[in-house]
Write a protein that binds this ligand. Sequence first.
Ligand code: SF4
Ligand code: SF4
Length: 470
Amino acid sequence: MSDRKRTENFREHLGNVSEKGKRIWLYPKIIKGDLYKYRTWVSWVLLTFLFAGPFIKIQGRPFLLLNFVDREFVIFGTPFWPQDFFILAVALLTFILFIVLFTVIFGRVWCGWACPQTIFMEMVFRKIESWIEGNANKQRKLDDMPWNWEKVKKKGLKHIIFYLISFLIANIFLAYIIGSEALIEIITEPVSEHIVGFTSILVFSFVFYMVFAKLRELVCIMICPYGRLQGVMLDRNSIVVAYDNIRGEPRGKIRKNQDQSDKGDCIDCGLCVDVCPTGIDIRNGTQLECVNCTICIDACDSVMDKIKKPRGLIRFDSVENIENGIGFRWTTRIKAYIAVLVLLIGVFVAILATRSEFKAVLLRTPGTTPVVDQQGFVSNSYTMELVNKTYDDIRYNIKILNFDGANLIIPDNNGLLKGGKVEKKVLMIRIPHDMINSNRTTLEIEIERPDIGDTEVFETVFLSPLKRKE
Ligand code: SF4
Ligand code: SF4
């Protein structure tokens, strides 16, 4: 079935699936227009950042580490521990809300311009494929021809390079999880010492290879949950890659010596369909498969240039604007959504800025009662949890502020909490029974960090039986 025929029954099946339910392998043409050029630059910046990410250090710490195994996360050089779970939860919620709001306003720009799947597919793997196998027509011919030396050579070379790049991506992916040092250990030390790590790299490599060599657009159309949610996030006011049907219709081919005045600007050349990496015809309206890669805009602009018509028959715009014949406007809705986005980011930054690096929690030890010993002292037991959220060691002193005769006993305490550690300490407070005149005495306990001059004061209750009058 030809591409053109496919567009006529687009509602019955996906652009890359035949009427019989078989996958149609896509051979999208590459058009190097203005937007493609900008996308290439954006991709290089993002790829550089992605590959350099695990090796960038801020004061000796990773720039980004997402160690789900040991529940250790470093974001922009700031470590987060399991105790910061609520911050990560807020971050995740903010991120999801951001994506939803952003999509409602600007459509699926993320997919076409920033998603690693699209960047690798279109800017790395697709380019290598066309470098080895030639343009879309040559690729189609190569696939159709029987196996011969040329086909073996080209396919073999392509798949070897695809696997090597997938292997590289798998290494980087793993470095984000376990850290660059651990990855270098896996690479440089004998395989037998890192069976799990090495197997993970091979498994990830195979998955990435399958994604880019075989699955391709299926990831965006069928697998990615974000892609599948487009139907509920977009509406008539969302800015998307859209065809101006008012201007373009009725479409029709240019024929020599024929009056074209009753025709729209679309000359039905089909180039916008031929370049689409998800195999759709954007002239049928916004579709779930569209990843906003904008290459159809470049394609159509190049056609408009040739036939001397204004660019923008396919452009970034909302259905509402197109139908009302108005250009892009900063509507109240867009401004309100942007205000919410800014607010969300502000809240998150405020949470980050006020996050403490050192946390202490003091509780009476559950299930214990005051003990009166033979020397005439009353003892209460407490549990203190100290959390060091930095990578540096923290020195601290603990003292009781408001009761002169009280003794604080902390077994095995050296007043030093190692970087990234959580310690639980049992504290014993002893007070001469004679000095107590209430069965509930409020004590103020201060934790001081002498290196930075920071203090924190906790209030706790000291229980005691009242002394019998003799
Ligand atoms: S319709 Fe256009 S923007 Fe959407 S995926 Fe196809 S080529 Fe990309
Ligand atoms: S590239 Fe432009 S002119 Fe050609 S079919 Fe698509 S919309 Fe029509």
